[in-house]
Design a protein around this ligand. Structure first.
Ligand code: C2O
Length: 477
């Protein structure tokens, strides 16, 4: 109740503010809705506006377009690439007060990042991450499609970084304003044709995530992020943008959606979520499925559609993307068996001895089971839940197991900067590949310690987790 009142007060003061800023000539859509963005086409949005609200609810079945494949950018034909460029060019050319335009659409993403508001609109760091971005892409794709008069056939491409280890050429060449897919504010190494760091967004990383069977670990809970969000999602963001001052574009949630690569990056993430769901089967009841609770399904967000109308869509509406949103991806088979066995352990902070880092404590029984699994060459993941993400820290980090003179990278952690945001301490799920480091991690004497190693001089932090467990693959039957 208190929250509702605060939101209303905030909204009222926002409307006053909008009226002041635009001198009373607030922009009205055809539906008569005042576009909050009229006040915020700034760099980045400030003044604490809130995202659109209300609007016509999406009704499953209303979209009757043909079901069309979303493809890799590298398999686009010349005609498809031209269409994509034309669509982004048209988007960029819309007048600044049009809610479909490039900057204002990017601001929608920023506003849902709790850029500056106390409102409960943050869609990162929880189970809203996957469905919100799917909904955002859906309306963005419709806007682009309608701008090239191909609402039926236009679908966004994905950047499958697990295969394409550089920025896709379409987005970098030509490297100037004549290319609507180009963005000036990128990391110079990658922008100049360089490769992604060798461990980031690899097929191996995806195999580990794919083998996780529960949504809470994979995609988050009401109050915490899933393993996906920081790695590879955040890591790739920071690789593409500039993750240190000045933070831009992909390196800052307030600007990220100004880089057209954002949409190809998120399409890839959407594809991987879709693939994961596609593994659900009667053989493993409940595995690879999305949450079914009403609070998840009924969470609803508003967007602008291709006609500039405010529309709203719920998490539940986007789960069946094929039938409801009319796009699909190439079928896929997971490359490794799922993690079926779970062994609880504890992350203790911090050990005595020469390297006082956090380390894992396991029972004798668990140690024996894990060593047996290692002998049978089963993959082993280490899942940390409720990991503290300290406020005010951003950048890319490696998570490294250190024992004596051995160092093994188990995974990474990419925290995206958020300018103007009252950055709060968060809770994350971290999924690490422990397969090759298992004997060091669970050694009886002086087990490995776990370090968060900043890649480029970021502020570091100590790994702390509410719970920890090893997950082991049942060998392929
Ligand atoms: Cu909403 Cu990739 O961020």
């Amino acid at each position: 109740m208190a929250k509702e009142t605060a939101a209303i007060t905030q909204r009222r003061s926002f409307l006053r503010q909008a009226a002041t800023i635009v001198g009373g000539s607030a922009f009205l859509s055809s539906s008569g809705f005042i576009h909050p963005f009229a006040a915020v086409a700034q760099n980045p949005p400030s003044g604490c506006p809130i995202p659109p609200s209300g609007g016509t609810p999406f009704a499953p079945g209303q979209d009757k377009r043909p079901i069309t494949l979303r493809k890799s950018i590298n398999s686009f034909s010349t005609a498809e690439l031209t269409q994509l460029r034309n669509a982004f060019a048209a988007l960029r050319a819309l007048p600044a007060n049009d809610p479909r335009t490039w900057v204002l659409q990017a601001d929608i993403h920023a506003l849902y990042c709790q850029q500056c508001s106390n409102d409960n609109t943050q869609i990162h760091y929880s189970w809203n991450f996957f469905p919100w971005h799917r909904a955002y892409l859906y309306y963005y794709e419709r806007i682009l499609g309608s701008l090239v008069s191909n609402l039926n056939g236009f679908r966004l491409p994905y950047w499958d970084w697990e295969n394409i280890r550089t920025l896709p050429a379409a987005y970098t060449t030509p490297g100037n304003n004549t290319n609507p897919l180009w963005d000036q504010k990128r990391n110079s190494g990658l922008a100049g044709g360089g490769n992604l760091p060798v461990n980031d967004g690899t097929q191996g990383r995806l195999n580990t995530l794919d083998a996780i069977t529960d949504f809470a670990t994979f995609g988050g809970t009401a109050s915490g992020s899933g393993g996906w969000e920081y790695d590879p999602h955040g890591v790739i963001h920071n690789d593409v943008g500039t993750p240190s001052p000045v933070y831009q574009d992909m390196g800052d949630l307030g600007y990220a959606a100004r880089d057209p690569i954002f949409f190809a990056h998120h399409c890839n993430i959407d594809k991987l979520w879709s693939r994961w769901n596609a593994q659900a089967s009667a053989a493993m009841p409940g595995a690879f499925t999305n949450p079914t609770t009403a609070v998840f399904l009924n969470t609803r967000w508003s967007f602008y559609d291709e006609n500039k109308n405010v529309v709203s869509i719920s998490s539940g509406d986007v789960l069946d993307h094929q039938n409801n949103l009319r796009y699909t991806y190439q079928p896929y088979r997971l490359q490794i068996p799922p993690f079926k066995l779970i062994y609880e352990c504890k992350l203790i902070c911090c050990g005595p001895g020469p390297d006082p880092g956090p380390f894992l404590e396991v029972t004798v029984q668990v140690r024996e089971s894990l060593l047996a699994a290692a002998r049978s060459k089963s993959g082993i993941a280490l899942v940390l839940q409720g990991v503290t993400v300290p406020a005010g820290v951003s950048g890319n980090f490696d998570i490294v197991a250190v024992r004596a003179d051995r160092k093994m990278q188990l995974g990474s952690f990419g925290i995206i900067h958020e300018s103007h945001m009252m950055q709060k301490t968060g809770a994350a799920t971290v999924i690490l590949d422990a397969t090759n480091a298992i004997s060091d991690l669970i050694a009886e004497k002086e087990p490995a310690s776990l370090h968060v190693v900043p890649r480029q001089g970021e502020k570091g932090f100590t790994l702390q987790a509410k719970s920890a467990q090893f997950r082991v693959q049942a060998k392929a039957q």
